[in-house]
Design a protein around this ligand. Structure first.
Ligand SMILES: Nc1nc2c(c(=O)[nH]1)N[C@H]1C(S)=C(S)[C@@H](COP(=O)(O)O)O[C@H]1N2
Ligand SMILES: [Mo]
Length: 412
């Protein structure tokens, strides 16, 4: 497993920290990125409780809630326990290619442009977006690399990129405007095929090569379907780290499709690409053609236990195991649990009515008899019949891990 911290176009070499990253690591406060005129005047106050910070992340990252991975922060094992169906923003994972820009909403503009419009560029202010009809929907946001570490630890395979376990996901209630409404107001024409949102964060530079600011095309069919330009998360304005003032939310799709700190959208009459569709976020490896798979669209199917790995359970007593499962293809239909490493399976009790684009919480009782190590497994099946396999098909960048995770605990 590589120690690289980025899952972007060129994963950095193991242990390799370039000069720019080093400067960021040494910076006490997050580096003010890109458009200096949009940066807030005062840097963030240091967290009074002395919580850790990752370079470039604005919110406090207490170790009981987050595992810091380079410029990113993963929700810690165990930190979902006790949360409801929505993940509070203060424990929601952060995946930053560079660092969080602190933009102000009054100076912010969204520019929609390109040869897929029937007229010239159209600009929107924050106030204009806010005055358009809004939609609210609950959807998970998950990094394509969530679970990547299990390719290495469970399957013994080498992959590049941030070694996330299962904490690069969260579910939020997003409120904003439909991207379709914005595109219609901007005069999208019948010729448009691709729509490419781009962030206002710094250009992503790795190995001395700049890939420009994070951006990734959406096919017009997805853009006109369920994509939101969100300005609220769980009833509050978006936090800085999650895209303030406005971000894309592309339900069920790989996290990179949900561009944060949205600045402009190109609408094109010819197909678009970016390094985030050509070099990363497609599948390479023995199971795929040499040029790789098509660019990734939907996420996959997964399950997690809420107790952290290594949790200790007293023998001879009944324990209430809890977890959650989700699928990008359809609502989860059933979850089966094994407490003996896969020899026997039984149905977990679903605690929510399953819905598409979000997870279902579940529980199962367990009365372990003997001291010693135990392996807990959970396997979801969705309404389209997709089930988690025991092994994921390898790809070199470790995307879309879908296999049943072997969750090791101790009885004693
Ligand atoms: N502008 C911009 N948008 C971005 C990113 C980024 O670095 N810059 N990271 C992407 C990736 S890879 C993921 S998984 C999600 C993470 O969203 P979050 O940090 O709000 O959890 O944002 C996506 N949008
Ligand atoms: Mo991601």
């Amino acid at each position: 497993m590589s120690a690289a911290t980025a899952s972007g176009p060129h994963p950095s070499r193991p242990g390799g920290v370039d000069r720019r990253d080093l400067l960021k690591l040494l910076a006490v406060t997050p580096v003010a990125p890109v458009a200096a005129q949009w940066a807030a005047a005062a840097p963030a106050a240091a967290d009074p409780a002395g919580a850790l910070a990752a370079p470039g992340i604005a919110k406090p990252l207490p170790p009981e809630l987050f595992t810091i991975r380079g410029t990113n922060a993963e929700t810690a094992p165990g930190a979902f326990a006790g949360t409801g169906g929505l993940t509070p923003a203060d424990r929601f994972f952060v995946r930053n290619h560079t660092s969080t820009p602190r933009l102000g909403e009054s100076e912010w503009r969204l520019t929609v442009w390109g040869d897929g419009l029937s007229g010239g560029p159209v600009r929107f202010t924050y106030g204009q977006l806010r005055s358009m009809p809004s939609v609210t929907r609950t959807a998970f946001l998950e990094c394509a690399g969530n679970g990547r570490d299990y390719y290495a630890t469970q399957q013994g395979q080498s992959v590049t990129g941030t070694p996330w376990t299962l904490g690069a996901i969260g579910v939020a209630r997003w409120r904003g405007v439909r991207l379709a409404d914005v595109l219609r107001r901007a005069g999208i024409s019948g010729q448009a095929v691709d729509v490419m949102p781009r962030g206002l964060d710094d250009a992503y530079v790795t190995g001395g090569v700049s890939f420009g600011r994070p951006r990734r095309p959406l096919p017009v069919a997805k853009a006109m379907d369920d994509v939101i330009l969100a300005y609220e998360m769980n009833g509050e304005p978006l936090p800085y780290d999650h895209g303030f003032p406005v971000r894309v939310v592309a339900p069920a799709w790989v996290g990179i499709a949900s561009i944060k700190w949205l600045g402009d959208i190109e609408v094109s009459a010819t197909p678009l690409s970016s390094p985030w569709t050509t070099q990363s976020y497609r599948l390479f490896g023995a199971a795929y053609p040499p040029e790789g798979s098509a660019p990734l669209t939907r996420q996959t199917i997964k399950s997690m236990f809420e107790c952290p790995p290594g949790a200790v359970f007293a023998p001879g007593r009944t324990h209430h195991l809890t977890g959650r499962s989700w699928s990008a293809a359809a609502a989860v239909r059933t979850v089966e649990v094994s407490t003996d490493g896969g020899a026997h399976w039984r149905r977990a009790r679903l605690r929510d009515t399953p819905h598409r684009d979000t997870w279902v919480r579940w529980s199962a009782d367990w009365r372990p008899r003997h001291d010693g190590p135990a392996v807990l497994l959970a396997r979801a099946t969705d309404a389209r019949g997709n089930t988690q396999p025991l092994t994921s098909v390898h790809n070199t960048q470790g995307y879309l891990f879908d296999a049943v995770v072997r969750h090791r605990v101790t009885v004693g």
